[in-house]
Design a protein around this ligand. Sequence first.
Ligand SMILES: Cc1cc2nc3c(=O)[nH]c(=O)nc-3n(C[C@H](O)[C@H](O)[C@H](O)COP(=O)(O)OP(=O)(O)OC[C@H]3O[C@@H](n4cnc5c(N)ncnc54)[C@H](O)[C@@H]3O)c2cc1C
Length: 384
Amino acid sequence: AEDTTAVGIRSIERKIIDYAWEHGFVKPQPATVKTGKKVAVVGSGPSGLACAQQLARAGHDVTVFEKNDHIGGLLRFGIPDFKLPKSLIDRRMDQMEAEGITFRTSTLVADTDKLPAGVRCDATSVVSPKALLEEFDAIALCGGSETPRDLKAPGRELANIHFALEYLIGQNKEVNGGGKNPINVKGKHVVVIGGGDTGADCVGTANRQGAASVTQIEVMPKPPVEYDVLATWPEWPRIFRTYTSHEEGCERLFSLNTNEFVGKDGKVTAIKVSDCEFKGGKLVNKEGTEHELKADYVFLAMGFVHPLDAVLDGFGVARDARGNAAAVPDPDTASGFMTSVPKVFAAGDMRSGQSLVVRAMSEGRRCARAVDKYLMGMSLLPAC
Ligand SMILES: Cc1cc2nc3c(=O)[nH]c(=O)nc-3n(C[C@H](O)[C@H](O)[C@H](O)COP(=O)(O)OP(=O)(O)OC[C@H]3O[C@@H](n4cnc5c(N)ncnc54)[C@H](O)[C@@H]3O)c2cc1C
């Protein structure tokens, strides 16, 4: 019988590229003509890597600076292996090295090595923005949006309350032979605060470590289960999403506000929560609904507020209203990537705020075109 099952475009694209790698069709494409121009890319997440590869193929000398000890940004240290095996990053890195890109890991680009709590930094050396501006013809800032959103409720200082990435980075390191994750929740009750992707990754990781229970709570109401196309398109639909991590075991609670962390002997033991609602745009607790949820570990997965001040202030780059790097609009790249500082560009989460991998890659590629055009007066790199 004819098989009429639909196949998503994503699956078809993935099959094609997997086949290409397996059969050796994906090869380094070093530039045949060099321009003699030097470009620094700060940050090696998907935006930085995409930007660097395009620029190297256009003939520029590209150096990628990364403060952590491995290349990949959140692909490497945020997203768990059960969603993205790290061998996929390694093979792309090998290709990029063969195309002439230099990677300088464990190198922080900033005027200070003091970063906010919860931000990972393996740097053993610090390079100042001034030095970079002197040495390079152009600089692309692709440092992501790393300042985590905190929950400043009473009891926040108790032990075993962590930002999500502290937990996920430790686990990504452990899974890839980098030593034990200092946070282990085996046999413990875990509460994840924040109902998004990052929270789901904490749920999946806690279940893999053998947590006694995992509860994910969210301050927003439960989204609709059905996708109302007419009401939503072309915006990203806000619907109730269930990831495999949830299916593996997790209680999901909505419209819950955290009032307080409760502890004993300096360690968290529970959180006090209330049912809540939005009234006149303000979050209010419903009276008489406060209760406790058992919690030996709490992971804060409430997103990221803006990029690191150390990078943007170091270069003196102007910000937009959300604290991201503001870019000068340019219709050629359907956004604009040049910042307020001449020859300094920005892309990915650092420019657009916390987003998705595909968007970061698209930003990196378009930013590369803007940099190439700035250096050469024109560019043959794609504008999308
Ligand atoms: C836990 C988690 C799970 C996610 N899951 C998904 C998912 O499943 N699908 C999806 O599409 N998106 C997902 N996202 C979002 C996605 O990972 C990001 O949108 C994307 O990685 C952004 O790419 P980027 O290159 O802009 O920044 P990043 O990936 O954040 O990379 C920035 C890099 O810059 C480095 N850096 C920063 N400042 C400096 C400096 N001063 N000097 C040197 N290096 C510096 C950082 O160390 C980092 O390596 C997830 C995010 C998180 C946190």
